[in-house]
Design a binder for this molecule. Structure first.
Ligand SMILES: [Zn+2]
Length: 209
């Protein structure tokens, strides 16, 4: 394993909505799946819009391709775009998750343009401040990326990410779900450090033993 800062143990991925984690970390999930105990937590089912009714089942199909079994997928019931009215409940929910799963490393949604992402990011920073903590990166909602952790991926990882995201039929017309965009981003992410293909992360706290 070349992600040395990730200790053995449970790794937790936290998203606000179905698709956040897969867009930001699909390649990394596929890369890690063989060796680590991974849980994926999404705080909203994003059901306010009736067109989104299949999102929860689409997310399960997507995550299955990335190697995450259904028993390791948790989806809460916070209402999309209304997280700011439930800050304490979000904090309480994440605190319960921390007690239950005792993760060693946590990947969280970034503090970007989306109002729900901002709430989850700040509450997760409070709750998981004693864990290795990193933000992933969602290009669609990020204006000024600040990443400085780069995970080298291979073609197989990116192809799995593309196939997995194609399970979101609800979003089939969104260009950032297209094969071309996902592949191009991974090339651009890897360009600066000659990594080939990559996903990028921003470290909040990393503990080296
Ligand atoms: Zn989101």
């Amino acid at each position: 394993m070349d992600l040395d800062f990730i200790k053995e143990g449970t790794i937790l991925f936290i998203g606000a909505h179905p698709d956040d984690i897969e867009l930001g970390c699909g390649g990394l999930l596929h890369k890690l799946k063989q060796k680590n105990r991974i849980f994926v937590i999404t705080l909203s089912k994003n059901q306010k819009n009736p067109k989104n009714q299949n999102l929860v089942s689409e997310q399960k199909k997507c995550l299955k391709i990335l190697g995450i079994p259904e028993k390791n997928i948790l989806v809460a019931d916070f209402i999309t775009r209304e997280f700011s009215y439930s800050r304490q409940e979000v904090c309480d929910y994440l605190t319960e998750i921390k007690k239950k799963l005792s993760p060693t490393t946590v990947f969280i949604v970034p503090n970007d343009l989306h109002q729900d992402h901002q709430v989850v990011n700040s509450e997760a920073r409070r709750v998981f401040r004693t864990q290795n903590l990193l933000e992933y990166y969602i290009p669609r909602s990020t204006v000024y990326p600040t990443f400085s952790v780069f995970v080298k991926l291979n073609k197989e990882n990116i192809n799995a990410k593309i196939k997995a995201l194609s399970m979101y039929k609800t979003y089939k017309n969104k260009n950032y779900f297209s094969k071309e965009v996902i592949n191009s981003l991974s090339v651009v992410n890897g360009l600066r450090y000659d990594l080939g293909l990559s996903e990028c992360f921003t470290p909040i706290s990393i503990f080296l033993n």
